[in-house]
Design a protein around this ligand. Sequence first.
Ligand code: AMP
Ligand code: MN
Ligand code: MN
Ligand code: MN
Length: 283
Amino acid sequence: MQGLIYDYHCHTTVSDGALSPTELVELAAHHGVQSLAITDHDTVAAYPEAQIAAKNTGIELISGVELSVLWGRNELHLVGLGMDLAHQEFTDLIAEQQSARTKRARKMGERLDKATGLTGAYEAAVALANSEAPGRPHFAQYLVAQKQVRDMEHAFNRFLKAGRSGYVSTPWVSLEDAVGIIKRAGGVAVIAHPVRYRLTRMKLRRLLSEFCTYGGQGLEMALPRLAPAQEDMLYDCFQELPLVASGGSDFHSPQQQWLTLGKVPALREGTPFIRSLLDPLVH
Ligand code: AMP
Ligand code: MN
Ligand code: MN
Ligand code: MN
């Protein structure tokens, strides 16, 4: 497994990415990626097209998703890898999350209309996303185009992050239920980008140990731009628990010039890697 070029976290146009599933798989192949999972937010709609592109380019494709979940009052991201995409309980979960996203987006649109004095934020975000369930980046794009903010970052800070006028809290699936469903669908649940939640070391430990009791197995460890102190903290927590390491770029767009598909730091010697637990869709 050593030397395998992989990326188990990236996005396409079916959620908030800039590339179509075919373009993404082709770019991954161009960068030498050998094993790929696409992890769109609360959807697996990239897969029918991605499977064809994977066959054509000879890349190994693993099923994937990035679910928005609740752990207590914390909104976290949970990656699922290697599920049977036709598993009933899993497809039901995706449908529920999509419906929650649609309702959230409608409310977000209303709140942004009120906050900006403009009209039609929801409709504009739907057009940008080409979906009834646009995400916050689509609303951010709209706010930039309307000159309400300077850039995406400003849109999140001013309107979209928790506590701001456009933020809508959403009844996502619980971490415990999501882990159970991923497992029963034959997949492996992975805590995504653990350093992005601003958890103290103690709270991260508690999260990971509860996650393991639910049947969770994976932790993203190979992450771009991890500070040395963060990496030390992750390895400390990782070693105390029966976890396997995953990782990926969280690529959204070629405009993120500091990111490349398949470019993640190597895992430390002897770190158990997730790949052997995953059953590919395309070999
Ligand atoms: P959503 O899933 O609709 O809640 O949107 C979350 C997505 O917004 C993340 O997956 C990122 O792609 C993007 N995002 C989050 N924070 C920021 C930020 N500060 N600037 C730009 N994009 C962000
Ligand atoms: Mn995203
Ligand atoms: Mn995420
Ligand atoms: Mn992501």
